[in-house]
Design a protein around this ligand. Structure first.
Ligand code: HEM
Length: 407
């Protein structure tokens, strides 16, 4: 029998306003929370979430066939298994690590400096809307080899794609809108892919066009799906992480001062931000057979949602889990961006994020640039902090004041 906790609904306004307030009760009282309106089981304990993400036989990514494939215009990486998954994952990973990563860090720096310049003399900037969002989209477009000038249009279409994947409920009108965005994105990519096939460059689209899998090149549909996959996967969590990093540091002035003095602490601050407030809050899986958690049976065929935010705040996994502490010994920064991470913000197992090393480099580069420039950084007067999102979650805005520079 599904266990319904009448006192908590993940679809309630109260939960949406601050899910973190509810996590302890979920973990302790209903670690397998059934949500009737979604017909899904929400798991909140670290060990249960880790088990779901790493037991690939018992829990599959089949859910994505419905949740992602229609807007990715083809099967996405997370849906694949076996040799096909390994081969295609390698192609993407190669474009985000090693020497490719070093080139990208340069692009990250250039993009960030250009976007920041107009705000420095003003001494005021909304880190989410003025900077983070355009920055994350433009960096991803650079990596893919798409025209940065088209970023607003691409960001709009990408917004529709992301909404489709992350909405727990979707009206027919919104569904139509999201599918329309995906079709337009596909139409935009079609001639780009054709050009890259004729004249490949160093960008990721070219690499996907020229790569072979079992001696066979990828079809346009496969390349399109992987490009939309990367576009969707790389942008939203990155801008949210940057904003959350600054939010936590400003809320903890002692730790902000330490990071400003020693930028070598940035990776620890980024890892702790990811643990404390993961931008990807839910990871869905399908139970392939009956599975028992805390005495409750999740039936074969059911959708299971791993609650990453709740798992990362489980006292069985982290001491004083609700405290933001860049020096916490149980996080192990060096491991936090690898398969051995203790936090689950990049997932775990076969489908763990391929962009973890890139994310670390991207956020570290941009934060190291911002911190010395944003002297006496603080929230703008009258600002009231608000986060949104159940699936992906981050600040709506982060207006900052700082000492103006240059002119
Ligand atoms: C803060 C930044 C990021 C976070 C929190 C994040 C989070 C995640 C999570 C939780 C998953 C696992 C999904 C699952 O198991 O179903 C994932 C997978 C993935 N991520 Fe990220 N991601 C980030 C940045 C990036 C970037 C920069 C890229 C660029 C390539 C990327 C590309 C991907 C891809 C392609 C997958 C699917 C991997 C597979 O199925 O083999 N992500 N990410």
């Amino acid at each position: 029998m599904p266990v319904v906790n009448d006192r908590i609904s993940v679809l309630s306004e109260d939960f949406a306003a601050d899910p973190y307030r509810h996590f302890a009760r979920l973990r302790e009282r209903t670690p397998v929370h059934y949500e009737p309106a979604v017909d899904g089981y929400f798991l909140s304990r670290h060990r249960d979430v880790k088990r779901v993400l790493t037991d690939h036989e018992a829990f599959s990514t089949e859910t994505l066939q419905v949740r992602a494939e229609p807007v990715m215009r083809g099967p996405v990486l997370a849906q694949m298994t076996g040799a096909e998954h390994t081969a295609k994952r390698k192609i993407v990973i190669r474009s985000f690590t090693g020497s490719a990563l070093r080139d990208q860090v340069r692009a990250v720096h250039t993009n960030a400096a250009e976007l920041l310049a107009p705000f420095l003399p003003r001494g005021r900037m909304d880190l989410v809307n003025d900077f983070g969002r355009p920055f994350a989209v433009q960096v991803t477009l650079d990596v893919l080899g798409l025209d940065r000038g088209d970023w607003r249009q691409l960001a709009d279409w990408h917004g529709g794609v992301a909404e489709f994947i992350t909405a727990l409920t979707l009206t027919p009108e919104r569904r139509r809108h999201c599918l329309d965005c995906a079709e337009r994105l596909e139409a935009y990519l079609r001639p780009v892919i054709a050009r890259r096939r004729r004249h490949p460059g160093e960008d990721l689209i070219s690499k996907l066009c020229t790569a072979e899998f079992d001696g066979v090149a990828m079809s346009d549909r496969e390349v399109t799906a992987l490009v939309i996959n990367v576009l969707a996967a790389a942008t939203e969590p990155a801008d949210k992480t940057l904003a959350l990093l600054f939010k936590h540091l400003i809320d903890h002035p002692g730790q902000l001062a330490q990071v400003r003095r020693d930028p070598g602490l940035l990776p620890a601050a980024i890892a702790e931000t990811l643990r404390h407030t993961p931008p990807v809050q839910l990871i869905p899986r399908r139970a392939e057979r009956d599975a028992e958690f805390a005495g409750v049976t999740v039936p074969a065929g059911a959708t299971v949602f791993c609650m990453i935010g709740a798992a990362n705040r489980d006292p069985d996994a982290f001491t004083a889990p609700d405290t933001f502490d860049i020096h916490r010994p149980d996080l192990a920064t060096a491991r936090s961006f690898t398969a051995a991470a203790q936090h689950l913000s990049f997932g775990s197992g076969l489908h763990q994020c391929v962009g973890a090393a890139f994310t670390r480099a991207e956020i570290e580069t941009v934060a190291a640039l911002l911190l010395p420039l944003l002297d006496r950084v603080r929230f703008s007067p009258g600002f009231r902090y608000r986060e949104t999102g159940l699936y992906t979650r981050g600040p709506v805005a982060l207006p900052l004041d700082f000492t103006p520079r240059g002119g």
